[in-house]
Write a protein that binds this ligand. Structure first.
Ligand SMILES: Nc1ncnc2c1ncn2[C@@H]1O[C@H](COP(=O)(O)OP(=O)(O)O)[C@@H](O)[C@H]1O
Ligand code: SF4
Ligand SMILES: [Mg+2]
Length: 376
């Protein structure tokens, strides 16, 4: 309970990234990789390939901070989330929690850590057992871990219901009696039951009505501030993360292509992919009138056979020969703020003015749009 108030001195906002960066990371992953094998052949099945869902991700999460993890669908965000919480076993790389290597930790070694790292899932319908009461759902982590709060489990569940903005009297109700937003609150209460230090929230609001999304994000933000819980907040676009996360990592096809503190990333993105994602976020772009919008054509390529070199090159309007042969390392580029890392051979200029002239529509998309509009 003693860590509960560590971050409450910051009243108006989440802790500044510099403060976070100066402390020891809570969770650190290096070269984290998950390849799902594909089997084929008859009569003897053997491995014929692999889905390279996550491929060499290096990240740190600091105590009490909120790190956003953003990228299009299929980029490997959920797999990364499941690796961080050790719901999945990594193929390669390392995971360190509070200085302890847990990469291949067994059930016994993981037991105390399991309670400190919790996950909130995207779908509040699928993630709650419809046959259990809210009381049973929220108290089950305590039961599994043999935790008996001084006030008793039931009283603690009622307390948790109140913390997440639900009526404690609803203890005996079933999930179907609640709305989507309320069900996600139940999921949040369950995640809080063991007083976690880190919550990985995998697109926690994308299945909810837009009007409800802000309420749930506000709740999570309050928990982060008041209880000092660190969050990895996974989202498929940059708009929600902007409100929630003081640092943001952008993923593309299994790799982190850019990571920076919020202001640096939103104001001075250096990676073309981040730039494209940002131009799809109207509220992030105050000078919208002046800027041409970048629109990404096509889908993310298959992670079974990702492009050589830079994985973004098949959709990048700045790609050159080098991009096909050399993988760009994730590094601090000159002109970027400290801690702002980018993986690109031909990055965007670090000034807004320069970026405005940089912006080019994806040539493939221009062709498609011309065709659709009947132009020559
Ligand atoms: N258990 C699995 N077996 C095989 N492929 C998987 C599995 N889980 C995820 N994938 C694949 O890994 C890639 C990344 O998936 P995921 O992590 O869910 O991405 P995101 O959450 O960013 O949408 C996708 O191509 C997905 O189909
Ligand atoms: S390395 Fe090349 S292809 Fe990749 S983002 Fe940079 S310019 Fe585009
Ligand atoms: Mg996902």
């Amino acid at each position: 309970m003693s860590e509960k108030n560590t971050n409450t001195t910051v009243e108006d906002a989440v802790p500044p990234p510099r403060a976070a960066a100066s402390s020891e990371p809570l969770l650190e992953v290096k070269g984290l990789t998950k390849h799902f094998p594909i089997y084929g052949g008859f009569p003897i099945k053997r491995k014929v390939g692999a889905v390279q869902a996550v491929d060499g991700v290096t990240l740190s999460v600091y105590p009490g901070e909120s790190l956003g993890l953003v990228g299009e669908s299929g980029c490997g965000k959920s797999t990364t989330g499941r690796l961080l919480t050790r719901l999945l076993e990594p193929t390669d790389g390392s995971i360190t929690y509070k200085g302890q290597d847990i990469t291949h930790a067994g059930r016994k070694q993981l037991a105390p850590i399991r309670s400190e790292i919790q996950m909130i899932f995207q779908d509040p319908y699928a993630s709650l057992n419809p046959r259990q009461t809210v009381g049973t759902i929220i108290s089950s982590p305590m039961e599994i871990n043999g935790i008996n709060p001084p006030q008793g489990r039931e009283a603690r569940v009622r307390e948790l219901l109140e913390i997440v903005g639900l009526n404690p009297e609803h203890y005996n109700r079933f999930p179907h009696e609640f709305s989507g937003g309320q069900r996600q609150r139940i999921g949040v209460a369950r995640a809080l039951a063991l007083e976690p230090k880190l919550i990985v929230a995998d697109e926690p609001v994308s299945a909810l009505d837009v009007s409800i999304q802000a309420q749930v994000v506000n709740l999570l933000q309050e928990l982060q501030r008041d209880l000092g819980i660190a969050f990895v907040f996974i989202a498929h676009d940059l708009s929600i993360v902007r409100h929630f996360s003081e640092r943001v990592a952008v993923m593309y096809l299994g790799k982190v292509v850019e990571v920076a503190d919020r202001d640096s990333l939103y104001e001075r993105p250096r990676h073309p992919y981040t730039h494209a994602l940002l131009s799809a976020v109207p509220e992030a772009d105050l000078d919208q009138e002046k800027r041409e919008r970048i629109r990404l054509a096509g889908d993310v390529p298959s992670p079974i056979m990702p492009p050589s070199g830079c994985r973004f090159r098949t959709r990048c309007w700045k790609a050159q020969e080098k991009c096909a042969t050399e993988e760009p390392p994730l590094i601090q580029l000159s002109g970027s703020r400290e801690g702002h890392l980018t993986a690109c051979h031909f990055p965007e200029e670090p000034t807004t003015e320069a970026r405005e002239t940089d912006v080019v529509m994806d040539p493939a998309l221009v062709a498609i749009e011309k065709e659709l509009s009947g132009e020559e």
